[in-house]
Design a protein around this ligand. Structure first.
Ligand SMILES: O=C(O)[C@@H](CO)OP(=O)(O)O
Length: 207
């Protein structure tokens, strides 16, 4: 039986996560902590005995760097990797670069929560989670899933919201459920899929 393995990992802490800034399509690199988290994610995957046939990542440095560090830990630095902006973080539009606490002071707690965690209300000039799903999901279905179903063991390093979009579909979550799901930085989530692309098993390597 082929191993339909799909591992999703949010990048390690970025410089702008640390500074509490809306990031979106801006391109900060990992902090020292983020580097440590990415290496730890690689060590956890190695401890599970996992190796991969292909990897996917976004067009942004923090996810690419996380992938590189994980692959070095696993001993697979030459793994064929595809980078695509379909896996980028949700575009935060005009909020990009603003401090999240300053934004709460300016627009109020409730409005900022709506921009951050509503399903279909985009921040000014940016994408809602629904918009992010509309570009991440076709990429997953056309470029990632067929390989997984053929037995290509697949590692994806991406972002909080682009991965939440994929998780919503994988786990058949409602908009209300996905909005409550937070992804920790650098924590691998290991899925094994059934032949019909539904989830057979899920293991979250937190802790
Ligand atoms: O700033 C961002 O791009 C994201 C992820 O860090 O933030 P949020 O938690 O608001 O989705």
């Amino acid at each position: 039986m082929s191993d339909r393995l799909l591992v999703l990992v949010r990048h390690g802490q970025s410089d702008w996560n640390l500074k509490n800034l809306f990031t979106g399509w801006k391109d900060p690199d990992l902090t020292e902590q983020g580097i440590a988290e990415a290496k730890e994610a690689g060590r956890k995957l190695k401890a599970q005995g996992l190796t991969f046939d292909v990897a996917f990542t976004s067009d942004l440095t923090r996810a690419q760097h996380t992938l590189k560090l994980m692959l070095a830990e696993i001993g697979q630095t030459g793994l064929p990797t595809t980078k695509n902006l379909a896996l980028n973080e949700r575009d935060y539009g005009d909020l990009s670069g603003l401090n999240k606490d300053d934004a709460r002071k300016k627009w109020g707690e409730d409005q900022v929560l709506v921009w951050r965690r509503s399903y279909d209300v985009p921040p000014p000039g940016g994408e809602s989670l629904k918009d992010t799903l509309a570009r991440a999901l076709p990429y997953y279905v056309q470029e990632i899933l067929p390989g997984v179903l053929r037995g290509q063991r697949t590692l994806v390093a991406a972002h909080g919201n682009s991965l939440r979009a994929l998780i919503m579909v994988l786990e058949k979550l409602t908009p209300e459920q996905i909005l409550k799901r937070e992804l920790a930085t650098g924590v691998p989530v290991i899925y094994r899929l059934n032949a019909d692309s539904t989830v057979a098993t899920k293991v979250d390597l937190a802790a």
